[in-house]
Design a protein. Structure first.
Length: 256
C-alpha cells in the first residue's frame, strides 16, 4: 500500500490483521463515512424502490463512463457519448461500462483476474494483445498482488472506504500500460456493487470526482506521496465525492 496506515492494524476478531483498521480510526473518518452511507441508503430506499429499472442502471453507468473519460482527458460531451459519437477515450470508457457489472462475481472470487479483465476491455484495440490485462513490470505485478490481498482480507472498514482505497491504490500503482485512471474508477464502482453499498449501481462516483475535479486530482497526488496526511486527506475527500456521486444519480434527477 502507498500509505503507512494501510499496512497494519489490530486483529479483526478471527486472528488476522485488519489491513484498514488504522484508517477507520483517523479523525473524522467514521462520522464522514457513516453520514454518506446513510445518505446513499436513504436515496436508494426512498426513490430506488419505485424508480429502479435496468434503464436507470444503464443511465448511471453511461454517466459514469462519460465522467471517467473526461477525467482521463476526453473532450466529449455527455450528449456525444450518449449517441456514440464521442472520442476514443469515451468509447473505451463506455465499452468498459457495458461489461462492468458482469465482473462482480469475479471480483469476489479472483480480484486480480477482475482487475486484469477491466484493463483488457478498456484497452482492447489500443495496446498489443499481449499487453492487455498484464502488469507493466515486476514491481507493478507485486503491488497488484498486495491489492488483491487487501480485497480478499477480512476487514471491519466500511465498504465505501474499501472502494476509496482500491481507487487510490490502482491510480497510484498505475499497473497497466494504459487506461489506469479509467480502470481505477471502474474498480471503485465495482467494489460498491460487490460489497452491497449500491447493488444496482445507481450512484455515479465518477461524476462525484468530476464535480470535485481539482480536489480529486490534488488528493490523489497527496495519497501517492505515501504520507499519513495525504492518505487521511484522500479518505476524507472520497466521502465527499461519494455524496456528490449520489447527487448525480439518475434517481435524483428523475425526482427533480
Amino acid at each position: 500500500m502507498s500509505g503507512p496506515d494501510t499496512q497494519t492494524g489490530p486483529e479483526n476478531g478471527r486472528g488476522a490483521v485488519d489491513p484498514l483498521a488504522r484508517l477507520t480510526a483517523l479523525e473524522g473518518v467514521p462520522s464522514a463515512y457513516a453520514a454518506v452511507r446513510d445518505g446513499i441508503d436513504v436515496m436508494l430506499r426512498d426513490r430506488g424502490l419505485r424508480r429502479t429499472s435496468p434503464e436507470t442502471t444503464a443511465e448511471s453507468l453511461l454517466r459514469g463512463a462519460h465522467a471517467s473519460a473526461v477525467l482521463e482527458g476526453s473532450g466529449s460531451t455527455l450528449a456525444e457519448v450518449r449517441d456514440g459519437s464521442g472520442d476514443e477515450i469515451a468509447a473505451d470508457a463506455v465499452r468498459l461500462s457495458t461489461v462492468l457489472l458482469s465482473l462482480v462475481p469475479l471480483l469476489d472470487s479472483a480480484p486480480l483476474q477482475a482487475l486484469a479483465r477491466l484493463h483488457t476491455v478498456a484497452a482492447t484495440g489500443r495496446l498489443p494483445e499481449e499487453r492487455l490485462g498484464r502488469p507493466r513490470d515486476a514491481e507493478a505485478a507485486e503491488r497488484l498482488r498486495g491489492l488483491g490481498s487487501l480485497l480478499t482480507a477480512r476487514t471491519t472498514a466500511p465498504a465505501l472506504l474499501v472502494a476509496a482505497i482500491v481507487h487510490a491504490e490502482l491510480h497510484t500503482i498505475a499497473p497497466f500500460g494504459s487506461h489506469n485512471g479509467i480502470v481505477a474508477r471502474a474498480a471503485e464502482r465495482l467494489v460498491l456493487v460487490a460489497r452491497g453499498v449500491d447493488e444496482k449501481s445507481l450512484v455515479v462516483p465518477e461524476a462525484g470526482h468530476l464535480a470535485l475535479r481539482a480536489a480529486y486530482e490534488s488528493n490523489l497526488r497527496g495519497y501517492a506521496s505515501g504520507g499519513r496526511a495525504g492518505v487521511h486527506a484522500w479518505v476524507l475527500y472520497a466521502a465527499e465525492a461519494y455524496a456528490a456521486g449520489a447527487e448525480a444519480s439518475p434517481l435524483r434527477r428523475a425526482a427533480e
